[in-house]
Write a protein that binds this ligand. Sequence first.
Ligand code: SAM
Length: 359
Amino acid sequence: MGKIHSPQSRLFTEEVPKLPSTRYLGSKRKIAHWIWQQIQHLEFECFLNAMSGTAVVGYLAKRFGKRVFCNDILAFNYQVALALVENDSETLTPAEIELLLTPHPDIDYPTFIQDTFEGIYYLQEENRWLDMVVTNINVLLENPYKRALAFAALGQACLVKRPFNLFHRKNLYIRLKDVKRSFGNKTTWDTPFPAHFRNFVGEYNSLVFSNGRYNRAFNKDVFELELDEPVDLVYLDPPYLPVRGDKPDYHFFYHFLEGLVDYEHWSERIDYSHRIRPICYTPSPWTDPDRIRSAFERLFEKFHKVKYIVLSYNSMGIPSEEELLSMLRRYKQHVELKKKPHQYVLSRDRPDELLFVAY
Ligand SMILES: C[S@@+](CC[C@H](N)C(=O)[O-])C[C@H]1O[C@@H](n2cnc3c(N)ncnc32)[C@H](O)[C@@H]1O
């Protein structure tokens, strides 16, 4: 029988920590260890992952014993950070998983997803399943970390069953067309939701651990984030706006996951005039070539007192690497730039991944 490690001892026995699997645009999962190699020698204890997305970088910092704050403007990402970074010990038991996957005669299940998204993202029987499971999570789970684990697993299950892993198009037909495919994964799309859900809960359960620090997750616009305690390293990974190509509109791409975690209010937030039924939102400066430079200025200004500012960006983005270097030099004496060739999930280009380390 293999040696059983307590959650605490697991921290010290793994040299290359396992990271949660994800299908998220701009996720640093594949290069998180490279990022860590560039910064691990720096003297810091408290790590702020200020635009944390899947929270993989914050999770890695937690693995290496740092105190971690994660923040993202999207409520779904907040649930992931709650589940994997703030959560020290709660997991979903096999009995709770079965409870979530079973319809209960005493619960009156709403039909919101079936009524609103028919023919858009999933089959109607899958929409019915989603209405049931999300209601079970809300009604049957009280513990916020167990709920967060359930939402994180449910969101991943939703992502893997979507062409392109996004919710930006009414393209259920791509899944259903009987043609030879050069992309996508029909087996994954056709695997039933409960099987995906069980897999992701199993995976996420196995990643829960305590590093002995008080780690926290937040769901704020980064410009409004106020922490009670100082941090000594802020890691910034804003949406990457390419010189050419699609805008990284995270609210638009992931609106369905935002709705799932706010099921009760989802109907009031939808733009019904739009064929994909997105949640209404204020356009972001990070998707606007005319406003993105001032957004970077504001970001650096906001964090200029933090000992280390570490920024991920891309060599084919707006602003350019020279512009970012000169902006950072206004706040910090030393600015180092590290580069790594990196291919984004949906891109044919092969730009460099940039990592600015300013102090
Ligand atoms: C490139 S992704 C981050 C990816 C992340 N490092 C990872 O590995 O998954 C950019 C993130 O910034 C978030 N974001 C966009 N505008 C934001 C804002 N104003 N405040 C906080 N987060 C924001 C998006 O929701 C998205 O998750």
